[in-house]
Design a protein around this ligand. Structure first.
Ligand SMILES: [Fe+2]
Ligand SMILES: [Fe+2]
Length: 249
């Protein structure tokens, strides 16, 4: 919360009548988030309500995401959570795509620049690169598991719940709670990566390039934590409710 505008802490959460520009002034990290809803710049003085109506975006879903993303203590009221879990899955898939198409390449481009500017004893930097590459493989596996296993399960379960389509036998013993347990590990590793650079890297590189690399890692870490919160708090919560209804009902 430290990086956010103090006004956010003085209010409880964003509401439908708030201007979209106010959301961004309060928390500019929401820029890629609103892009995932198809919202681009040039929104003039329009409110959240107006933009959602114009672009046929589910307003409750939009507010749930921007508020969860902005405030780690926010938890939406049941009334707001009535949208389909498939909307969340679609949003999360777009976020994963953003990691592969933008954040990973951005971190790598900046790390390469630090490596290119290294004057001597560059082995430490090579170790950072190896650590990062291992981390990328681990995070990619986590994301692939969600894309290939968790999200199809959510889709099948939702279709059973909404349309009565029988749930495939393979899902009898699958459950959402155990499927989404790895976040702490993945989050810890990116913190470790930052920490190694901050504490142990011999400074034989260009300071500005290394700072730019760290800024990218900090941004990636923040996005990942907020993303994981949406998965844990919103998706898992909703899907567990549907599981109860489908499997016990
Ligand atoms: Fe994810
Ligand atoms: Fe995840």
């Amino acid at each position: 919360m430290g990086v956010l505008h103090k006004n956010y802490r003085e209010m409880n959460h964003f509401e439908a009548n708030d201007k979209l520009s106010k959301l961004i002034h309060t928390n500019h990290f929401l820029l890629p988030v609103i892009n995932r809803f198809g919202i681009r710049l040039g929104f003039k003085d329009k409110s959240v309500k107006q933009v959602c109506e114009e672009q046929t975006i589910n307003e409750n879903f939009f507010l749930t995401i921007v508020n969860t993303y902005t405030n780690e203590d926010y938890f939406p009221e049941a009334e707001l959570l009535k949208f389909s879990p498939l909307l969340i899955v679609d949003y999360l898939r777009k976020t994963h795509k953003y990691y592969f198409e933008y954040l990973f390449p951005e971190v790598e481009r900046r790390l390469e620049k630090v490596l290119m500017g290294c004057k001597s004893n560059c082995q430490d930097l090579q170790l950072i690169k190896t650590f990062y590459e291992k981390y990328k493989i681990e995070l990619s596996r986590h994301i692939e598991d969600e894309e290939d296993n968790v999200f199809p399960y959510v889709k099948a379960l939702t279709e059973t719940y909404e349309k009565g389509i029988p749930l495939n036998k393979e899902y009898d013993f699958y459950n959402m709670h155990s499927a989404e347990q790895e976040h702490t590990q993945v989050d810890q590793k990116i913190y470790d990566l930052k920490n190694i650079v901050l504490k142990y890297l011999t400074p034989t590189y260009n300071d500005n390039d290394c700072n730019a690399f760290l800024f990218a890692i900090f941004q990636f870490e923040k996005d990942l934590l907020d993303h994981a919160r949406i998965e844990d708090k919103i998706l898992v919560h909703k899907v567990m409710d549907i599981e109860k209804a489908v499997k016990n009902g």
